[in-house]
Design a binder for this molecule. Structure first.
Ligand SMILES: NC(=O)c1ccc[n+]([C@@H]2O[C@H](COP(=O)([O-])OP(=O)(O)OC[C@H]3O[C@@H](n4cnc5c(N)ncnc54)[C@H](OP(=O)(O)O)[C@@H]3O)[C@@H](O)[C@H]2O)c1
Length: 218
């Protein structure tokens, strides 16, 4: 399988790249900072510099040409403000999906977030509200496309070692944590399960082995 990961220097992205490259899948990682290239190469992936707030659809599509799947793992991150929630968490996902369509890549896994698109409670911090809105709009954009999309909504991410056990199901599964390593393991299993498509899935750590959790989705 050939997989393109957007936001390729992100924490989940690096774990995902290492898992895929470790079993000899081809992995291309889109990064915006050339200084991150060596970290990406260490996973076994091929780094390609594309700033997803500046690149054109064609510039991203040319990287996607011939790939089997695209994974959106980018995010503006905790230090960012309202504007970059829109340009990255929404806009970069839309750009990647446009490019996937142009390149004829049908499989698209979007890392979203639990609660995406829910209306903000009164008094919600404006940056958090913008993040939840951007993630919701990115999901809506993807659902309207003729792609084999999957929206994966992790709970709160941790850097703890993977457990190999999760709860993975249509929303809502309830709040909880999930390790980034387990998110990466679930994405690999989903990429191996083409029949699981056009679904929105909450993900937290739980009792079910990853392979069983994905198999149970049918
Ligand atoms: N934190 C949580 O608890 C939580 C919960 C649920 C879902 N999520 C979502 O899960 C996803 C992955 O999380 P993570 O912790 O692995 O993310 P992360 O480590 O913050 O990585 C995000 C990556 O996106 C890249 N990026 C930002 N702007 C970009 C641009 N213009 N062009 C290309 N790449 C760009 C960043 O590059 P730079 O290194 O150059 O900045 C970074 O490498 C994110 O979408 C996040 O919102 C997070």
């Amino acid at each position: 399988m050939n997989v393109v990961i957007a936001g390729g220097h992100g924490k989940i992205a690096l774990l995902l790249a290492a898992r895929l490259a470790g079993r000899r899948d081809g992995v291309t990682a889109l990064i915006r900072n050339p200084d991150h290239a060596d970290d990406v190469r260490e996973t076994g992936a091929r780094p390609v510099v594309r700033d997803l707030e500046r690149a054109s659809v064609d510039e991203v599509a040319e990287v996607l040409a011939g790939a089997d799947a695209a994974v959106f793992a980018a995010g503006a991150g905790p230090g960012s403000g309202v504007a970059r929630k829109d340009t990255v968490d929404r806009g970069a996902s839309v750009l990647l999906a446009d490019a996937a369509e142009r390149a004829g890549v049908g499989r698209f896994v979007q890392i979203s977030a639990m609660g995406a698109g829910l209306p903000p409670r009164p008094g919600t911090d404006e940056v958090w509200a913008a993040y939840v809105r951007a993630k919701g709009e990115a999901e809506d954009d993807l659902r309207a496309r003729d792609l084999d999309w999957l929206v994966l909504r992790p709970g709160r991410l941790t850097d703890d070692p993977g457990t190999g056990r999760v709860t993975l199901a249509e929303p809502e599964v309830g709040r909880g944590d999930v390790t980034r390593d387990d998110v990466a393991a679930v994405i690999v299993a989903l990429l191996d399960a083409p029949a699981v498509r056009r679904r929105t899935l909450d993900l937290v750590n739980g009792p079910v082995p990853v392979a069983e959790a994905v198999a149970a989705l049918g």
